[in-house]
Design a protein around this ligand. Sequence first.
Ligand code: HEC
Length: 358
Amino acid sequence: MVLGGPRLRTPGVRAVPSLRYLYRQPAFSIGPDSQGDNDQVVSLAQQALQAAGHTRIRKTAASPQAAAANLVPQGGLFWDGRADTLEQQINGPLYNPLEMDAGRPARVLGKLETAPYAQDFVRLFGPGVFENPHLAIDEAMFAIARYQIENPDFHPFTSKFDAWLAGKARFTPAELRGYRLFNDPAKGNCSACHLDHPTPDGLPPLFTDFQYEALGVPRNPVIPANRNPRYYDLGVCGPYRADLRRQTQYCGMFLTPSLRNVATRQVFFHNGVFHSLERVLDFYVDRDLHPGRFYPRDAAGRVIEYDDLPARYRGNVDRVDAPFNRHPGDRPALSPAEIRDVIAFLDTLTDGYTGPRH
Ligand code: HEC
């Protein structure tokens, strides 16, 4: 966990997601965001009610677009989607006592007023900007959000994969095998959720369908909050968002993250429980075949599958979409050699590709 707080000594409760490639993240909704704006005409609770009677379409790499119509939580920022816009997202870490711990808005305003760029601020947002603290802070958040949207450093699309899409690079045999496994509905099936084809508008893929899933990731004992056996991070249904607490069908669901630059990450999944892509891939293919490799045992020696969820929510864990559709005794969806190939492909998603090495 990354340390934060006033002395940079307090560990957070979740893995820090990248700020890259968020510029096309839709607002949080249950079901496709058809309104196309942030005015929620129908409340989330009402949307959840409407969604309750619908059967979920199985996610397959063969027709990933079909699942886009699913009435499931989608869009939003943070692992639980509690911020709709980049502006709101910034408020999270800014005031979180475990992160930047900015205190009250008045303190932030004081810093803005005395910052070297204070005059630019007045020029951009008008002479009265500092008289209304809320206005000044909103404009500051807006400025940061625009910076993230307009500065290509936040979405450079300079990976080998992008060069390959443009016909300017060739995959090695291992990368090509990995790409095929990533897209094969009977093997990795990864692209069912981590979409890897250009959008209908011709925009490069972001390797997420913006939807939420419960993967049953193991509990991470390194997170101090987890010392309390009654504490659970349930994602969409809390505790860091409260509006969907009663929608228990969503407990344990977290946002499908982009896989761009994933090979540069130190910790994986919302709670950072794994430290290597090998381990993540092992989990994907062996979770239900050899659960003892990932979960602890109870006093009677039985493996506690999906141990980071209270027993009553373990039914929310995805057991239908490949590669999670395997049962004890089945062959894993990917062999160790195939896992290496998938990782070779994931390595092509790292930005800064400069051509073949000689
Ligand atoms: C059913 C949808 C689904 C499928 C299929 C799927 N993923 Fe994921 N993936 C997710 C979700 C949801 C998360 C985040 C889960 C969490 O943190 O609790 C995730 C997280 C990850 C992460 C961790 C990223 C990070 O920043 O922490 C990696 C790596 C990953 N997936 C790779 C893959 C690969 C490779 C495959 C194919 C073998 C695959 N995924 C198949 C939904 C899916």
